[in-house]
Design a protein around this ligand. Structure first.
Ligand SMILES: [Zn+2]
Length: 304
């Protein structure tokens, strides 16, 4: 017969087993939870650090490929205000012949020859604000622009906002590079400049007046634009839309400086150009290259 002592011992042993098992289960669950938390923390950390890397990469891409995205940095509604306030003299009146200056930024590129061919077909002269490109590839295009009677102007050598707008020195260095490149390839001592992003760009952390003063000291005039074709935006306009964008604004002004691009990825601009020239000519517009007589179109005149 089992003594009550033995029964008690068995019960205690059983309780101990249950307690061990509980401890084992609790430990297992705790270890599992800790592992899960560690893995989650690690993954969260990775996500954040990847996000940071992505952000900094995106910034670099924004700075170096602004050739494609230039007008995204320019708020059109602000520009319109500037014109209405600053350029009242430039508002078209009944009977005015629209003076239209087609300007091509960011070239030369693989599209420049075709644009020059089209301009030649219509016997139209334009203005090219060029950047610094490989002379082995595009040396001929700089020459062609000048030889065929177009105006050549500067649009910075590097077109890298972060570089050229870093300081007056950096701007001056870049200015000298593009000025000398044009002088050496074409013989033209150009006095026209277009700021990458325009003088109203919101990218430069240095006041644009620093660079405007610099250009003034060189005797150089900068030209912005008052009509944008929209070919710089990321939205893919059809050729008809590009033409409409220009035509709806050209009627507003006596002098229209039209922003176009002859970068290698601007095929729509090339396709739109013949139709644009025809529409302008039907409108009775005079299409001219920028000269010293051209009404100066500037976004912000910040020089005090
Ligand atoms: Zn540009």
């Amino acid at each position: 017969m089992e003594s009550s002592f033995e029964g008690l011992e068995r019960q205690r042993a059983k309780r101990r087993r249950v307690a061990r098992m509980k401890k084992f289960i609790v430990t297992t669950v705790l270890v599992f939870m800790l592992l899960t938390i560690s893995v989650m923390s690690f993954l969260l950390f990775e996500v954040f650090s990847l996000q940071r890397q992505l952000d900094s990469l995106a910034k670099q891409v924004y700075v170096t490929t602004d050739v494609e995205n230039e007008s995204e940095m320019v708020d059109d509604s602000i520009l319109d205000d500037v014109y209405q306030v600053d350029n009242v003299d430039n508002i078209a009146e009944e009977g005015d012949i629209p003076m239209v200056y087609l300007t091509f930024d960011d070239g030369p590129s693989s599209n420049t020859d075709e644009i020059l061919d089209i301009l030649d077909d219509y016997n139209v002269k334009a203005t090219f604000f060029v950047c610094g490109k490989d002379l082995e590839l595009y040396g001929e295009q700089y020459k062609r622009i000048v030889d065929e009677g177009h105006t050549i102007g500067m649009h910075s050598y590097s077109h890298n906002f972060g570089e050229i707008y870093a300081s007056e020195d950096a701007f001056a260095q870049d200015y000298n590079k593009i000025h000398n490149l044009i002088l050496e390839t074409t013989g033209v001592d150009t006095k026209y400049y277009r700021f990458p992003g325009g003088s109203s760009n919101k990218v430069s952390t240095t006041s644009m007046s620093t660079f405007i003063n610099y250009l003034n000291n060189q005797g150089v005039v900068y030209y912005d634009w008052n009509v944008a074709s929209g070919d710089a935006t990321s939205s893919a306009f059809t050729t008809e839309q590009l033409i409409d964008n220009v035509m709806k604004d050209v009627v507003k002004y006596k002098t229209s400086v039209v922003l176009l691009h002859d970068a290698s990825n601007k095929n729509a601009t090339v396709e739109a150009l013949p139709g644009l020239i025809e529409s302008l000519q039907e409108q009775g517009a005079m299409i001219l290259p920028i000269t010293d007589e051209t009404t100066v179109i500037q976004h912000v005149n910040v020089v005090q």
